[in-house]
Design a protein around this ligand. Sequence first.
Ligand code: NDP
Length: 481
Amino acid sequence: MSKLTGVQPTKKYLMINGEKVETDQYGSLYSPYSGEEIAQIAMANKEQTEMAINAAYESRHLMAKMPAYKRAEVLEKVVFLLTEKADEAAEIITRESSKPIMFSKAEVARTIETYKFSAEEAKRIHGETIPFDAASGGVGRIGYTLREPIGVIGAITPFNFPMNLVAHKVGPAIAAGNTIVLKPASQTPLSALFIAELFEEAGLPPGVLNVVTGPGSVVGEEIVRNDRVSMVTFTGSPEVGIGIRNRAGLKKTTLELGSNSALIIDKDTEIDQIIDRCIMGAFSNQGQVCISLQRIYAHEDVYEEFTEKFTQAAKQLKVGDPLEPDTYISSLISKGEADRVLGWIEETKSSADIATGGCLRNGVLEPTIITNAEHDLKVSCQEAFAPIVVVNKFRSMEEAVQQVNNSRFGLQAGIYTNNVKHAMYASQELHVGGVIINDVPTYRVDQMPYGGVKESGTGREGIKYAVEEMTEMKLIVWNNN
Ligand code: NDP
C-alpha cells in the first residue's frame, strides 16, 4: 500500500496580489499512483484570471524600478529557503506527479541551481555601445542599448517538472524585473504554490508573482488573450503550443514543446560504459521528459550487444510506489495516458518485436524496449512521453543522421562515437536545438541554452537566454554635434 495513505487533503487557494483568493469551485487533486485525494484546488474563472493579470500589471513599475541587487537578494533568499525545505519540496513533487522520489530530489537540487543562476544573472543584464561613426551619418553621435523589462509575463507550465520548469520562467522573469501570472498544469499545482509561498517569505512584493490554478481552456486562454500580458512563455505539448502561437498576436512567445529524441551509437562505442546513461535517458520520470530518449540507432556491429545489455538492465529497474527510495519507474500521469500508450504498443505487435515490457504491472507501465520498429509506427514518429524506447540498426553515419532528422521534432540529439569525423559530421548535420556528443540527448543543466527547432518550439530557455527573451532592447542615441 502507498505511504500516501492518511495524508489529509488540504484546500489550496489562488495567489493574487499577495492574498489567498477563494473561488466558487474547487477540484479534487488525486495522486496518479494511489488514486488518493491529496488536495482541493481552487478553479479560477476568467474574472479571477483577469484580477491576477491586473495585479501583475499594476506592479510592473515597482518591479521595473527595483535595483538589480535587490532582485538578486530575493532570488538568493529563495535559494536559501528551498535548500532548507528540499525534502518537503521533493515529497510534494512525488505526491502530485508520481515522480519517483529519487528523481524528485534531483529536480529540487536543479531548481535550487536554477534560482541561483537567476540571482547571478540579475546582476549582469546590460546592453552594448554602438560604433555610430562607422556610418557617415553617425559622426558626432554616441549610442548604446539598454535591456528593459517587458512587463507582465504569462507563464504556462507542464506537469513533468513542476518545480524546475516553473523556476525556468519565474527565475529569469524576476531577474529581469518583470511581473508574472503563473498557470501551472492542473495535475501539479502544489509545487507552484509552494514556491510562490517561498517568494512571499523572501520578500517579493505582492502582485509580482500571481498563481492562478484552473483549466488551461479558461485560465490559459485568458492569459494568452489579455492585452495587458506582454509575453507568453509556454512549456507543454505541440498541440497547445501551436494554438497559443496562433492566438498570441503581437505578444512575444517562447514555446518549449515536445520531441521524440534520438541517440546514435557508433560502431566503436564501449557498450558497457553507456548502458546506465541510456537507462536514465529512456526511463527516468517514466519517460515523461521532453528530451526523453525515445529512438536509438545502433551501428550493426554493436546492435546485438547493445540491445541485449540494455534489455537486461531495463529488467532490473524497480517498478512501483514513487515514495520508495529505490523505485525507478512509477505511474504515468493519468490512466488515460497509460491507455494511450498501451494502444501504441499494441500497434507495434504485428511488425516489430518487444524485447521487454509492454504491460502494466499494478497499474504501472513496465520499461519497454521495442526493436525493428518501422518509422511510421506511433512509437517511432510521435512523442511517446512514456517509458518506451525503440532500437534500430544502421550501416552508415549518413543513414543514421538521416533517420534522426526524419522527425517532426528537433529538440536535442545525442551521439556516442570515438570517431572525430563522425562527431563533427553529426554536429553539423543534425537538425536540432542541441547536439550532445558522447552522452544521451536527455542531458541538460540549467544554464545552457535550451530549446528546439521544427515542432519542438521556438525561443531558448537557460537563464541568460530566457532573460534576453524577457527583456526589450532600447536604443539611446546622444547627438554631440
Ligand atoms: P499540455 O500542453 O497538455 O499542458 C501544458 C500547460 O498548458 C498546462 O498548464 C495546461 O493546463 C495548459 N493548457 C492547456 N490548454 C491550454 C490552452 N488552450 N491555452 C493555454 N494553456 C493551456 O502539456 P503537458 O502538461 O501534458 O506536458 C507534456 C508536454 O510538455 C510534452 O509534449 C512535453 O514534451 C512538453 N515539455 C516540453 C519541454 C521543453 O522544454 N521543450 C519540457 C517539458 C515538457 P491544464 O493542465 O489545465 O490542461
